[in-house]
Design a protein around this ligand. Structure first.
Ligand code: 13P
Length: 250
């Protein structure tokens, strides 16, 4: 099976007021002038999704969200559904980010339910997995992340567009990254876990690396075996930095 097209996705987290729309506009404009080899997405706070979708309309830049509730509607104050995010113009959504897992106690079962909800609404999910520093130091990295894949990827993903993101929790926002060998070891194991979970369909989705991806380390990370793109936090907030990472993918 041919390697899936790489995906470079920005995760703006809880950053960005109206002025941030300009950054997305700049990314979209640059992609129009020079198309990227990778697909490129910005996953924005819910409040900006509709504005971003309008601002980048007609470009190849994909707009996404960062979380959804698993139900299509209901008495869930403060939450938004997959249908709402799609209605606002999102095409993609990050699910089970480690900040959702650790701060809001999201389990693999919740991740799987949200992945099904994303598919129901036509959103492409980016499902996140990753080990903590304690788990890595205990030698449990592969067991933890492959277990997360098993629990978080529902069968319904087979044949549908989605991505997995490997984000070591200790590498997020810290400036620390695993060695290239550690990234390769994790991604190769994750690919096998995806095949175990979904059969051959598990080869069709890109596995993104996330955790302190910057303009100066993106190229070397992106050429590691089974790394199919990047999920970028801090460095996605400025168009100039994000575009350097996009261009590092070719
Ligand atoms: P940083 O790139 O800021 O480390 O964030 C990574 C991340 O959590 C992306 O989802």
């Amino acid at each position: 099976m041919a390697a899936p097209r790489p995906l470079i996705a920005g995760n703006w987290k809880m950053f960005g007021l109206g002025g941030a729309v300009d950054e997305a506009r700049q990314v979209a404009a640059a992609l129009l002038v020079k198309p990227a080899k990778a697909r490129v997405a910005i996953c924005a706070p819910s409040t900006l999704v509709e504005r971003l979708a309008r601002a980048v309309e007609g470009s190849s830049l994909i707009v996404g969200g960062q979380d959804i509730h698993a139900e299509p509607s209901g008495a869930y104050t403060g939450d938004i559904s997959a249908e709402m995010l799609a209605d606002a113009g999102a095409k993609m959504v990050i699910l089970a980010h480690s900040e959702r897992r650790s701060v809001y106690g999201e389990t693999d079962a919740v991740a799987a339910a949200k992945a099904k909800a994303a598919l129901r609404a036509g959103l492409e999910p980016i499902v996140c997995v990753g080990e903590t520093l304690a788990e890595r130091q205990a030698g449990r990295t592969l067991e933890v992340i492959c277990g997360q894949v098993k629990g978080s990827l529902p069968q319904e993903l087979a044949g549908r567009a989605f991505a997995l993101a490997y984000e070591p929790v200790w590498a997020i926002g810290t400036g620390l990254t695993p060695t290239l060998a550690q990234i390769e070891e994790a991604h190769v194991a994750l690919r096998q876990a995806m095949v175990d979970a979904l059969g051959e369909a598990g080869r069709a989705a890109p596995i993104l690396y996330g955790g302190s991806v910057k303009p100066d380390n993106a190229a070397e990370i992106l050429q590691v075996r089974d790394v199919g793109g990047a999920l970028v936090g801090g460095a996605s907030l400025k168009a100039e930095d994000f575009l350097k990472i996009v261009r590092a993918a070719g």
